[in-house]
Design a protein. Sequence first.
Length: 407
Amino acid sequence: MKALCTYSKKNLLHNLNVIKAELKNAHPADTHKVKIMAIIKSNAYGHGCIPVSKILDKEVDAFGIILIEDALKLRAEGISKPIVLLEGVFNRRELEIAAEYGFHVVFHDDDHIDWLYENPLPRKLHAWLKIDTGMGRLGFSPENADEAMRKLKNNSSIYERSIRIMSHFACADNPEHSLNNVQIKEFRKFIKKYDDCEKCFCNSAAIFAFPKMHYDWVRPGIALYGGNPFPVNSTSPLASALENKLKSKLKPVMTFKTKLYKIKEKTTDGQNAGGYGAGSLCSKGMRVGIVPVGYSHGYPRSTQNGRVVRINNTNCRMISPVMMDMMLVDLSDCPDAQVDNDIILWGDGLPIEDVAGDSGRISYDLLCGVGVDHHSKIVYSWDDTRSKLTRNRSQATKETYLIKPDI
């Protein structure tokens, strides 16, 4: 039995419009348009970089991705918008391919500059200079970035007038963290020398937390897919306010669901619910649902008692532990539950952040773990309809599951 990931084009566009509205509200009097680079790395956070890019190609100004192989796939699929290689290139040959196909390259390391100066590229290249303002990961230090900029501007293979400057917040999801002000100060100090360059600093969280730092470009990622960039139950008052605000605005693009496989009614008190270790005992008459999804599908095993799934628009308590290919559900709050009812594991009506927080994970982790990556136990469907997972009983010896649009 397979699980099902459905993806909503409508919700993807809705989330993009939430971001656009935030930009417009932050700059109501500006005639200058803040451009959007949609981040589709890691297969668009498990949503599929090709379908996402096709949906957004006419709605955003560029796409951000990691691997040049993925960038080539997008070009082959007809994606015409600029594609930015966020981690730069990994060798000289990739630099040549980037120039040939018109990809934008983020320069963040001396090796990139050295490769650039080995020989002229086949075509001029669009360059982004990344500075490390305090994240501590990729980027030139502010002390060395001026020399890197000089070398980029003086290289004949670079579009000198279109060099852009970028950096990355380390703690944007905690707006009151002291490092944010350090990074903002460093970034502002550096860009004073380069008024003619476009700038980019804000990821999803920073778009909402630091509107004065929007500059020319923003880079939404998790918010596009309906994930809340601010943590649940944050100790930061501002983060909590933003989390609550976005909870009512963003909509999940991915819904992860399956079917109720079996129902077992317990005949005596003290019977084991069905899990290893006999840690959960049931009362007489209790109905336990068997759900054909487990940690081998990407559902977190660390989920504890108290986590819920949704059956017939009702939250039903899970019974730990999550097993390899199954989990158990207490049907006491859903007495009308029947075999073959849809079960939502996260998504529509059940925020993924709740599941992630309960299991000590983050939503990004779960999305990528079950998302489009040829997972043999999951069926994937992305269209404008709501899809149903239905059982085909026409074969006596083999049960299969088909996608049937609910039109």
